[in-house]
Structures are given as C-alpha cells and as structure tokens.
Design a protein around this ligand. Structure first.
Ligand code: F0G
Length: 494
C-alpha cells in the first residue's frame, strides 16, 4: 500500500463526512464532568520552567494549561467505568472484581491466565527478571524507555529491528512499526538462539511516533518465533489504536471488527502485557498468557513485587474500571478518538510547513525537533529545548522524546537518539477541537520565531531514566528573548 491510508472514503468505518470535505474529528461522546484549567501568564511560565529545570516532567499541573505530557493515566474515564468502580469487591484474596477483570481479558485478548501488576513497567520487571540473563539479546521492533531499562538491569541487550524506512520522519508507509523479518533471522542466527529468551513486539510503537505494525507482519514474526521456539511477547499498552490502524490500513481487515482484530493480534503472542494506564483508560497493568507453564514461571514474583495474585498492587476500583475499559477498547468510536484528533493536528501543522511525523499515529502528534531547530546540535537537546520553549509560549506541556530520553555510553558520551521529537499526547476524549486549534496556533507562531530558541545542558543528571528527574539550564538567555517576542506579538494576551 503506497497511498496515504486514512482518508474516510477508503475507510470501512462508519465515519461522519463533512459537506466541507474537512477532516474534522467528531466526538461520539458528551462531556458531563469537567475540570477547571488555569493558564498562567507568560512571565509566570518562564519562572515555572526555570524552577522545573527546563524539564516538563517537573512542572506541576497548576502551572500547565493543556497537559499533553502523556496519555498514561490521563485518558477520560467513561460513565460505565465510574459506575463499575462503585461495585468494587474489596478483598485481599479471591476478589470478584479480579474475576471480572480476568473474564474481560479473556474476552478481549483471548488469554486465560492473568498476572496483575500495578503498571506496565511492573509487568516488564516481572517478565525481565524471569527471562533475561546477562549476555542475552532481545530482538524487538523498537524499545520503550522502561522496557530497555529493565532489560539492561538484568544484563540483557536489545536489537531494534525496524525496517530502514521506519525512522524517516515524513513517510507514507502505513506500518512503520513493522519488524524486518530478515533482520530478525539474522539477529537470532548471529547471537545464538539459546541467548534470545524473548522476541518483543510493541503495538503502536511509542518512541517512533505511535506507529503501528500490520497483522501480516506480526504473523510473520510469530512464525519465526515459533520456528525457533522463542516466546513472542506483545506489549499491548497501545493495542487498541494499533488495531484501529490495522482496520483502516490493512485491506484484509477492512470488514473485520476491532474486537476480532484485537483477538487475532493477541493470538500471535505467547505473552501479552500492558499498561492499563494507557490501553483501558483506567490505571494498573497485567501480564497474560494461555500457557500454564509461562504463568507458573512468573507467578511467584507477583506477591513479592506487586501484591497478592488477585490484586497485584491495584485497588479493586481500578480493577473494575479496567475490566470495563478493556471492553470499551473494542469500541471503534472510543479508540478512534485520539488518532482522529492527532491526524487533525498533524494535517494542520503540515499546512503551516511544520515538520511532523507522518503518517499520523496513535498516542500523540510528534513534532520533528531536528528540522524545527536545525541550528541546535543534538548534544544540546533540540527536542528538550522545543518542549521547554513550547510550554513557555503556550502553557501546553508536551514531552521530550529524543536524546534526553536516551542514556550515555560507558565513556560518558550521550547516545544520540535516532529521532528528536516533541510529543504532544492526546489522552483519549480529554481535549476539545478549540484547544487543539490553540495548540496549532501557538506552534505556528513558535515556528516563525524558531531562530530565537537555543539549546539546553544538564545541571543535574540521574544515572537511570534521567529524563524523568534531570534538571537542565538554557545555554544562553534565549528564554527571556522568546518571552519578549511573545509579549511584542501578543500584547497582554495570556
Ligand atoms: N510500554 C509502552 C509501549 C508504554 O508506552 C509504556 C508507558 C509502558 C510500557 C510502561 O507502562 O507507564 O504503566 O509503567 N508509557 C507512558 C508514556 C509512560 O507516557 O508513553 P507504565
């Protein structure tokens, strides 16, 4: 498939078309509970981003207008989820809430055995402690930050096996998250099958811009895994969106329901784990499988690290919300919400000549900081600088996904990231179209002022996952200059 795949005309989904021909993301829900927002003036935002060490993770929500840091734990819950939370069966062991969640997982993912974990990285801890030993290699389409950290903590290494085109920012490839099968075979042969404990596929590959893989590719990966008797692990944290993209973009599945696609995806994997903070608009996470021996292998670690086998660190209310949320993931009008808003913003930014990852993916709109700020060298963290600058001029909090999110090599040099992205996440059903247009407007202005933005350098750098708590400073007085330009052009506007 070469054509850009998401136009509603090609879609088998019952999308509403507009007389104007515009691609407007139409909400199939109404807002019944609201939360008041605050937009502090630009002077306060400058003080706030300084206090935060130019790291948007260290801002407080009081200082933020639109929180586009992540969709993790911030998706809107449905009335059905909130209602279900009231039925929580609080019990340390044998809770009926857990049984309802287990049944939901069996129905949606087709997996019978469920190990609860308090969030996605906790599931990764259990899986990596069980399977990864020093010297092991884990082939995957692409890493996620917490996954890589857990693999390295256990002495393993990763091989990222995306096909060569996947890291091109601007592309019409509908499945940039696909794994290159030839590279997979090569990695297994050269490293030795005995040193490859797992093969990992990540749905809607987060760090390359929420890009999906195709079911055809997943089936091929599964066939290679089976041939070598290596368990295939599916990170299903963003599986709903990946399933929706499969329905939109893979001809074989145009008439299939999202529920069928989800089950078919999970059927390929021996182990499915997920951050429920993302997939089901609730909180928590889990590992699931149909293999009793895999379940038994990891079972003992759950009470040690998470909690008893029927709660795994989650409250029963979370578990009830997760059961309902998982079923809602099969509803196309729920899971298409983020991708449709993302596509809208991507198209609008493209119209202004702003470099963004295409095709539009899941999770968020990803701005290419390397070409937005070609004058900032990668060692001065262009994506981090763009995230800080964008917060300063808009109050919108995005997330750096570039070299700050990477690590250093054994000589202390930054391992430069493949891509430098500013991620503007769209938590499901949270933001309105006018708020999306505000993001477009402010980014458009910032693009016209991009020469004013300068780099960053670390002043405090934690050794692991430094992007969470690291503090940086501006390499010059560019933040003041940018603020003055804002005042010049916007007067006393917030
Ligand atoms: N896997 C993927 C693909 C993820 O996107 C995340 C989290 C995790 C695992 C870890 O799950 O946060 O529940 O421990 N992604 C969040 C994000 C943090 O902002 O992209 P967790």
């Amino acid at each position: 498939m070469s054509q850009f795949p998401d136009s509603p005309k090609q879609s088998a989904s019952p999308a509403v078309r507009f007389f104007s021909g515009e691609n407007i993301p139409l909400e199939m829900h109404k807002v019944r509970v609201v939360q008041k927002l605050n937009l502090p003036p630009v002077e306060e935002r400058l003080a706030a981003i300084r206090r935060a060490g130019f790291n948007t993770f260290l801002l407080t929500t009081r200082e933020v207008y639109l929180d586009m840091l992540t969709d993790s734990g911030t998706n809107a819950m449905s009335d059905m989820q909130m209602g279900a939370m009231m039925q929580a069966d609080d019990a340390y062991a044998g809770s009926q809430s857990f049984e309802r969640m287990r049944l939901a997982i069996e129905e949606v993912f087709g997996k019978r055995f469920v190990l609860p974990a308090h969030q996605g990285r906790a599931a990764e801890n259990i899986i990596c402690r069980t399977y990864v030993k020093p010297g092991d290699l884990l082939p995957m389409n692409y890493h996620f930050t917490t996954t890589l950290a857990h693999i390295e903590l256990n002495g393993g290494k990763i091989a990222e096996l995306l096909h060569d085109e996947a890291l091109q920012i601007s592309s019409s490839n509908p499945f940039k998250g696909n794994m290159d099968i030839a590279k997979l075979r090569h990695a297994i042969t050269t490293h030795g099958v005995q040193n490859v404990p797992l093969i990992r596929m990540e749905a809607s590959t987060n760090l390359i811009g929420g890009q999906p893989f195709s079911l055809a590719n997943l089936r091929e990966v599964a066939a290679v895994a089976k041939e070598h008797n290596i368990p295939l692990v599916l990170d299903a944290s963003l599986i709903g969106e990946n399933a929706w993209f499969i329905k939109q973009r893979e001809p074989e599945f145009q008439q299939a329901s999202v529920a069928d696609i989800l089950r078919e995806m999970c059927a390929q994997a021996d182990i499915v784990y997920f951050s429920s903070r993302k997939v089901s608009s609730s909180r928590g996470g889990a590992i699931c499988t149909n293999w009793p021996e895999i379940f038994e292998k990891m079972k003992a670690l759950i009470p040690l690290f998470e909690g008893f086998l029927t709660y795994g660190g989650m409250s029963m209310r979370e578990i009830e919300a997760m059961a309902v949320g998982l079923r809602e993931t099969t509803d196309e009008t729920v899971i298409n919400q983020s991708p449709m808003f993302i596509r809208y913003l991507v198209e609008r930014l493209q119209a202004h000549g702003i470099p963004v990852v295409t095709p539009a993916g899941g999770l968020g709109c990803h701005v290419d900081a390397m070409s937005f700020l070609p004058h900032i060298p990668q060692k001065e963290y262009p994506a981090g600088a763009l995230a800080a600058a964008f917060y300063l001029i808009s109050g919108v909090r995005g997330m750096e996904r570039g070299t700050i999110s990477s690590t250093r090599d054994q000589h202390g040099h930054d391992i430069l990231a493949d891509v430098e992205l500013l991620r503007l996440a769209f938590p499901r059903r949270v933001f309105t179209l006018s708020q999306t247009k505000y993001v477009e407007d402010r980014l458009h202005w910032l693009h016209t002022q991009r020469q004013l933005i300068g780099g960053l350098r670390f002043v405090e750098e934690p050794p692991v996952l430094r992007f969470f708590m690291g503090r940086l400073e501006a390499v010059s007085d560019w933040p003041e200059k940018l603020m003055q330009a804002f005042r010049r052009d916007f007067g006393d506007s917030l």
